[in-house]
Design a protein around this ligand. Sequence first.
Ligand code: NAD
Ligand code: IPM
Ligand code: MN
Length: 361
Amino acid sequence: MTVSRIAVIGGDGIGPEVIEQAIRVADAALAKYGGQVEWNRLPWSGDHYLKTGELMPTNAWDILRQHDAILLGALGHPQVSDQITLHGLLLPMRRKFDLYLNLRPAYLFAGVPCPLHNVDSRTGALLPKPPGSIDMLVYRENTEGEYAPIGGRLYLGTPHEVAVQTNVFTHRGCERVMRAAFEGARKRRKKVTSITKSNAQQFGMVLWDEVFKEVSRDYPDVQANSLLVDAAAMDFVRKPETFDVVVASNLFGDILTDLSAIITGSMGMAASANINPERKFPSMFEPVHGSAPDIAGKGIANPLAAILSASMMFEHLGMEKVGKSLREAVAKVLQDGTVRTPDLGGTATTADLGAACCAAV
Ligand code: NAD
Ligand code: IPM
Ligand code: MN
């Protein structure tokens, strides 16, 4: 049997806490459905940097390339500069490994309290949103846009200091994420919404819109819409059920997926996949959330985002049964509703929720 080699970077704060539960539940699913995984835990983190003076070894990228996938918790440490952690590992990884699709699903599971309600048009009463009524998949561009590391600072520390940060939008970069979004929509409800701000940003976002129009012509069977990002933010709250596939630039996709996470219950349940579709490099799977320093070390972080990210990883690796069983276990535990971490209104610990998912598997 082939062994999948997974590089595990727990990282900072709650990262390692939630990733250990994801591995625990994955091991339960692997034992049941078959499949062999070698988990290669790498200590690369802010704490490791404080201890050793380096975040990761100089051959870190070669080490990562020897794996079939990467499972990552979160990076970001209160005592270590973002230059070391985020700009040393997380963001360069997305570019170096050309992980240009960042898939971020948001689904309202049964049993999850949704902060949004429907309003009964006759009585004005607030009605709970039905499970599954919010079901969107954001395709976030992950290698360029507003995150391109291009710019600089001049006259540092003087009153006339200047900072320039350049957005980079390329025809190729827009086209490849948009084509993937249309292909993805064909397997779903056949609707793609492009997020733009071309009314204000007259170069990059206008190119974005033009490429979206071009690509949409190749998919006449898919409904193509375009929304300005400010109005889209409103509609994520006002009528989230109208979204199916959403395609957005790096920054807009980042912001909107914290919003899509909270309207489907919690930051602690939002999973993501950073994909290199050509499979030239290992793809990377991580929760949408960060290291959550406010709750780190307390053992109360919700591990479901990490478990669902692992589920996406197994589907990517062709281990569909294992991936599906992780997702079904999460759905069952949420529907039962007895084991909930504080973000979902309960008193359970990270490990309790991991154990409940193992039992559900
Ligand atoms: P965050 O996502 O870490 O936390 C935002 C809020 O959501 C906090 O109140 C936190 O307690 C809560 N939350 C997040 N995950 C949770 C979980 N699993 N269970 C329960 N509650 C959860 O965002 P932040 O506070 O803005 O960022 C903290 C650090 O993480 C920063 O250094 C930031 O740069 C970094 N960050 C890293 C990533 C990543 O590695 N992919 C993503 C986002 C933020
Ligand atoms: C995310 C995070 C990162 C991003 C940060 C930590 C740089 O917020 O993965 O959503 O903005 O991409
Ligand atoms: Mn984010």
